[in-house]
Design a protein around this ligand. Structure first.
Ligand code: CDP
Ligand code: CDP
Length: 216
């Protein structure tokens, strides 16, 4: 591809996509884009306007000005839920396509999300699909957001977190436009029993092999 390789990192919520994609970009000296932030920024604007994130007109209006992903508070449960709601709307996705493609135009890049290898860059040089069981992913998000697994209410909080992840994955996989799914030519990495370093090593091995095959 044009300026440098495009590496797609897709998968369900809290699988470790962002953690991997950031390190992969660093190791390969490529730009990194967390595409979930685009949908979170749209959601934040819709909520701040007091509008309904399932309303297509409101969501689209805000999608046109949501490129500023430095806005605070993009990780709250409320924004997370609304991000998935705005992301289901075709007009919102269409408004964000060019931003994502342009990002990688100059030097390639590592992008993580849901539809990078299927819709944004169907010809990506390398496609990785990062996944783990709902219980593993719920624990990761719980610990990542400061949860204490020894607290008396930890089990209950984990249960609620897992329910929310599973519901969001189902919405993301069930929508008509660019649903969460594994590209036919993606390399699936199951991460239930691997730490982030191990996943990075595996992803680097696959990536270098793919890039070498293409170069030769
Ligand atoms: O981007 P995504 O929602 O897929 O997940 P993340 O925010 O990158 O990762 C969620 C949490 O899992 C972070 O605290 C990571 O340190 C941790 N983790 C990981 O990324 N990879 C593993 N193999 C194990 C844990
Ligand atoms: O970190 P986590 O995986 O929990 O969320 P995220 O990657 O920031 O994505 C938040 C929501 O944005 C997802 O539930 C999807 O509905 C949507 N999204 C999407 O539809 N397509 C992408 N390329 C990235 C995110």
């Amino acid at each position: 591809s044009q300026g440098g390789p495009v590496i797609a990192v897709d998968g369900p919520a809290a699988a470790g996509k962002g953690t991997l994609a950031r390190k992969l970009a660093e190791a390969l000296d490529l730009p990194y884009l967390d595409t979930g932030l685009l949908y979170r920024a749209v959601a934040r604007l819709v909520l701040d306007a007091g509008a309904n994130p399932t309303d297509p007109a409101e969501s689209f209006a805000h999608a046109l000005v949501a490129e500023d992903t430095r806005r605070p508070d993009l990780r709250s449960p409320e924004v997370t839920q609304a991000a998935s709601q705005v992301a289901a709307q075709p007009a919102v996705r269409a408004a964000l396509v060019e931003t994502q493609r342009r990002f990688a135009a100059a030097r390639g890049g590592v992008l993580d999300g849901r539809d990078i290898g299927t819709a944004i860059f169907p010809n990506a040089d390398v496609k990785l699909f990062i996944t783990a069981s709902p219980a593993t992913r719920a624990l990761r998000r719980f610990l990542q957001t400061g949860g204490d697994s020894t607290a008396p209410d930890a089990q209950e909080k984990l249960r609620v977190m897992e329910e929310a992840l599973v519901a969001r994955d189902a919405a993301d996989a069930g929508r008509d436009t660019a649903p969460l799914c594994i590209a036919a030519d993606a390399h699936v990495i199951e991460t239930d029993t691997s730490d982030a370093q191990t996943v990075l090593a595996e992803a680097l091995r696959i990536t270098r092999e793919r890039l070498a095959t293409q170069a030769g």
